[in-house]
Design a protein around this ligand. Structure first.
Ligand SMILES: Cc1cc2nc3c(=O)[nH]c(=O)nc-3n(C[C@H](O)[C@H](O)[C@H](O)COP(=O)(O)OP(=O)(O)OC[C@H]3O[C@@H](n4cnc5c(N)ncnc54)[C@H](O)[C@@H]3O)c2cc1C
Length: 320
């Protein structure tokens, strides 16, 4: 996985000298960083706590749908966000996790993995999502032994190999494109029809050695010391067959990272945090933004916009 530009220092000392904030933000992806920008410009005492700066941008090779950037690498967009945050002196505590969140009277108390305890009048939960698993036999046995959840990170390990991409959305189509310079052959296996954008599907048309199995379900990841194939079911004729391959890239979406607040807020049946049009959750003072919420379109520009909305709503709440 790429790391953010380490030459860029972030402001961290404030977390150790003043543990009481107007607004704390859990998650330093597009949603969290944009919220911080809006809050600091409102003069609020704000801090971001995050495992990594940029979030899923680091799993994204190329972004060409963020207004103002015709074409930019995910890592470079993340660095642009960090440069902007640093320009505004936004305090960011990174490479740590928030481990616990409690609401005590009107204040949120956060326990961070480095041992510090922080308090805040409001909280923005912008923890995004983690890769969704296939949940089939052999998947975990061969994780990192052929099975990968990050094409951007792992594609170069599959030079001249036959790899399978599981999924039929934009991430799967992008994964195929990312694998072209490395793999000798690519096979897509998806349990229904393509859901990817037409512009991406057009790019797939010219790829040599690309096989596509739609309406095909993965039943098992096969292997011995590392993965060597898949057992799949053709749903059209109900026949099972095996595909020999050395790699499997699972690109079937994300699951929201809600564990820290699942007892504080209302979730929907997909375990996403339900927010209203002010990004408010069912818990007063607690807001959510980005991929962790019930908004249906998981995109960078939407996450940043939700971060901005949350920040403005939090500012209004704090000014009451
Ligand atoms: C392969 C791939 C390609 C994509 N391509 C595009 C594209 O081309 N265009 C587009 O618009 N979108 C794209 N997306 C989607 C886009 O990346 C997301 O919609 C966006 O990153 C969501 O931002 P977010 O801030 O909500 O969450 P995230 O980016 O997931 O960031 C959440 C952050 O919270 C941190 N975090 C989580 N839990 C904790 C904790 N307990 N303590 C501290 N920190 C925590 C995480 O480490 C992470 O840094 C792509 C996604 C993937 C996976």
């Amino acid at each position: 996985m790429f790391s953010f530009d380490v030459t860029q220092k972030t402001k961290q000392d404030v977390f150790y000298h003043d543990a009481h904030f107007d607004a704390l933000i859990v998650g330093g992806g597009p949603a969290g960083l944009n919220a911080a920008l809006y809050l600091i410009r409102k003069g609020k005492h704000v801090g971001v706590i995050t495992k990594e700066i940029g979030g899923q941008l680091h799993n994204t090779s190329e972004v060409d749908n963020y207004l103002g950037f015709k074409h930019i690498l995910g890592k470079d967009l993340s660095d642009q966000f960090l440069t902007h945050a640093n320009h505004l002196d936004i305090p960011i505590l990174h490479d740590v996790s928030v481990e616990n969140i409690e609401k005590i009277h009107q204040t949120f108390k956060l326990k961070v993995s480095n041992g510090i305890i922080l308090h805040s009048k409001t909280l923005l939960y912008a923890t995004g999502g983690s890769p969704r698993k296939l949940d089939v036999k052999g998947e975990m046995t061969f994780a990192n032994k052929g099975v990968s959840y990050c094409t951007t990170c792992d594609a170069p390990f599959f030079k001249d190999k036959h790899v399978i991409v599981a999924g039929g959305g934009n991430s799967a189509a992008e994964a195929v494109i990312d694998l072209v310079p490395w793999a000798s052959k690519i096979t897509v296996v998806h349990r229904s029809q393509w859901r990817a954008d037409a512009v991406l599907l057009k790019k797939l048309e010219d790829i040599p050695n690309l096989n596509i199995h739609l309406e095909t379900q993965i039943l098992e990841v096969l292997g011995d010391t590392s993965m060597n194939g898949l057992k799949v079911l053709n749903k059209s004729n109900n026949e099972t067959f095996e595909i020999d391959a050395q790699g499997l890239f699972i690109e079937i979406g994300t699951i929201p990272n809600v564990s820290l607040i699942k007892d504080l807020v209302t979730l929907n049946d997909r375990d996403e945090v339900i927010v209203n049009d002010m990004q408010e959750t069912s818990c007063e003072g607690l807001y959510a933004a980005g991929d962790v919420t019930n908004q249906p379109f998981k995109q960078i520009i939407i996450a940043t916009a939700e971060g901005a909305k949350a920040a403005l709503a939090m500012n209004q709440y704090l000014n009451k």
